[in-house]
Design a protein around this ligand. Structure first.
Ligand code: PAN
Ligand code: ZN
Length: 186
C-alpha cells in the first residue's frame, strides 16, 4: 500500500512514483542545433520523444545553497541521421559536481571541461560516474533499448545549455557499420 507522503524508486527501471515528483519531456522538435544533421532532425516528427526526466524535489527554494535534486532520465534509442539520440548536455552555472549512475541500457557519458578537454566514458547497468564541477556532461544512447540513468546534483547548480548550442562538444557518437564510433566535430 502506498503512503501519500512517500516517494518510491522502482529498482528494476529507476522509475519514481509517489510524492514530490515532476516530469520534463524533451522532444526532437526541441533539439534544434544539437545534432550534426539538422535536415535529418527537422524531418523527424517534432513530438517524437528523445528523453524524459523525472525529478524528485523536496526543495522549497531552488537557489538555496546546500539543497539537492534527484532525477532519473529515460533516454530513448534512435538516430538523427547517423548520430545516436543524446541529451542536450550542459555546464552547471555554478561549479558543482554531480553523480550519474546507469540503471538500464548501454551508452556513453561525454564530459568536457572549459578548455574542451573531453572524455568518453562507458555506461552500462551498474556503472557509477562522478562528474567534476566545471565539466559539461551529455549522455548518448548507443543501444537499442532505453538508456536509463539516475542523477543527483545541487539544486542551486543552474543549467547552461547555451554554451553547448554555441560550441557543442568536440566529438559526436556516430553509427558506423552498426557500431558506435567517435567522430571529431569540425
Ligand atoms: C540531469 C540532466 C538530464 C537531461 O538531470 O538534466 O539527464 O539532460 P539535459 O539537462 O542535458 O537535457 C543533470 O545533469 N542535471 O544536472
Ligand atoms: Zn547536470
Amino acid at each position: 500500500m502506498e503512503n501519500n507522503n512517500i516517494t518510491y524508486i522502482n529498482y528494476e527501471n529507476g522509475a519514481l512514483s509517489g510524492a514530490n515528483i515532476s516530469e520534463g519531456v524533451t522532444t526532437i522538435g526541441k533539439m534544434a542545433g544539437f545534432f550534426k544533421d539538422e535536415k535529418a532532425r527537422a524531418a523527424i516528427q517534432p513530438d517524437t520523444i528523445a528523453y524524459r526526466v523525472q525529478i524528485h524535489s523536496a526543495v522549497t527554494q531552488a537557489d538555496k545553497p546546500g539543497t539537492l535534486y534527484y532525477g532519473v532520465t529515460f533516454l530513448n534509442p534512435g538516430m538523427v541521421g547517423n548520430e545516436y539520440y543524446m541529451t542536450k548536455g550542459h555546464f552547471h552555472q555554478k561549479p558543482t559536481a554531480e553523480y550519474y549512475w546507469c540503471i538500464q541500457g548501454q551508452g556513453k557519458l561525454l564530459i568536457m571541461d572549459k578548455d574542451r578537454n573531453y572524455e568518453v566514458i562507458e555506461m552500462s547497468p551498474g556503472t557509477l560516474h562522478y562528474i567534476p564541477e566545471e565539466y559539461a556532461h551529455r549522455v548518448v544512447n548507443t543501444g537499442e533499448t532505453p538508456l536509463i540513468f539516475g542523477a543527483c546534483w545541487p539544486a542551486d547548480a543552474g543549467h547552461d545549455y547555451q554554451s553547448i548550442v554555441n560550441q557543442g562538444f568536440p566529438i559526436r557518437m556516430i553509427n558506423k557499420n552498426g557500431k558506435p564510433v567517435i567522430e571529431a566535430t569540425i
